[in-house]
Design a protein around this ligand. Structure first.
Ligand SMILES: [Fe+2]
Length: 354
């Protein structure tokens, strides 16, 4: 791997790039997420920084960050690994597992990055923010990780960047390991909530990319193969995403790619039209995932989304609270939240699944 070209860290260039990304996050959020499925092996460190920035901006936009803050966060994300450029170049391109001593040197990159930024650009707030993102992005939510700075909670930018960094670190190919499929990576990210990662940020991240993140290759119960494009429009957008159908039910490639919503039901029987059976490794596809996702496609409008059905529509919080209150009056006793009587828990909208 060539040493990290420092010019991607030039401040002015970074800002204009991030401005473009933020604009994209506001105008076409789905396209920005799809861009993160591009795997470019030629400039791994730079593409990693870019993917982390895109994921972090998308995540913060979902949390209603103001535009100004999106830009600040994006710039921090782009330069979070700036310290890696200051490591001995051969360390980033080892043909084997690093020894413990080498690992210890590599783990200096957060501190090296912080020092570089503060020494060269001073203590203005935007620089301090970037220095914080650099020094804190490997510090765990529970205080572990590195460098050891004690138990202080990390800056909100660092906690967002940490989630994006871990996720993209899992899906990308590195010299000794091929990347995980996106759904597996999401599972692993979820497993690290509360230990390594801020559980709130992980929940938001799940809301952003779903159980089946964009780029996941799925097999449907219809026999068709499809790529996940983004969240669906129905009641279960995370588990019933919109997908791009690649093959017919016999496995033959279709001529015109089309997207369908897995929240779509048969009009009469209310049964799902298509359901994900299992996920597959998208590396078996003839072309990189991104090429399919950016190809021309036909958008098929769902005939009957699950949300169209009045009886399935989620009730508002007020409805739910009233129903629970009524129930309590009827039984004349109170329950701890975990021991609600079965029929109260079954009120639509009260379950956490989905
Ligand atoms: Fe790092």
């Amino acid at each position: 791997m060539p040493p990290l070209p420092l010019d991607v860290f030039l401040r002015r260039r970074q800002r204009s790039l991030v401005l473009k990304l933020v604009q994209m996050a506001e105008d076409t959020p789905e396209d920005l997420l799809i861009l993160t499925t591009v795997r470019d092996a030629t400039l791994p460190a730079v593409s990693h920084a870019l993917m982390v920035a895109m994921l972090a901006i998308s995540l913060a936009r979902l949390m209603d960050f103001r535009r100004r803050d999106l830009v600040r966060l994006g710039v921090c994300a782009l330069s979070h690994n700036i310290g890696e450029a200051l490591l001995p170049p051969e360390l980033l391109d080892l043909p084997r597992e690093p020894t413990e001593a080498e690992q210890a040197v590599a783990r200096q990159h957060p501190l090296l990055g912080m020092r570089h930024l503060l020494e060269h650009f001073g203590f203005e707030i935007p620089i301090v923010e970037r220095a914080l993102a650099s020094v804190e992005h490997h510090i765990h939510y529970d205080g572990h990780g590195y460098p050891e700075l004690g138990h202080a909670p990390a800056h909100i930018f660092s906690r967002i960047i940490a989630v994006a960094d871990v996720y993209n670190g899992l899906v990308r190919d590195v010299p000794l390991r091929v990347g995980y499929p996106p759904d597996q990576a999401m599972k692993l990210v979820n497993r690290r909530a509360t230990t390594q990662l801020d559980p709130f940020m992980v929940r938001q991240f799940l809301r952003l990319i779903g159980r089946y993140p964009p780029g996941t290759l799925v097999e449907l119960d219809s026999g068709e193969y499809a790529l996940v494009v983004g969240p669906g429009g129905g009641l279960e957008p995370l588990t019933r995403p919109r997908v791009l159908v690649l093959t017919d039910s016999d496995g033959y490639e279709v001529e015109d790619l089309m997207t369908v919503d897995l929240g779509d039901r048969h009009a009469r029987r209310r049964a799902w039209k298509r359901t994900i059976v299992r996920t597959r490794d998208s590396r078996n596809l003839a072309a990189p995932v991104a090429r399919y996702l950016f190809a021309d496609r036909v958008e098929v409008e769902p005939e009957k989304l699950d949300i169209d059905d009045e009886s399935l529509r989620k009730r508002s919080d007020v409805d739910r609270r009233e129903a629970v209150a009524r129930r309590f009056v009827a039984t004349g006793q109170s329950f701890a939240p975990g021991e609600l009587p079965r029929d109260v828990r079954d009120i639509p909208g009260t379950d956490e699944e989905g």
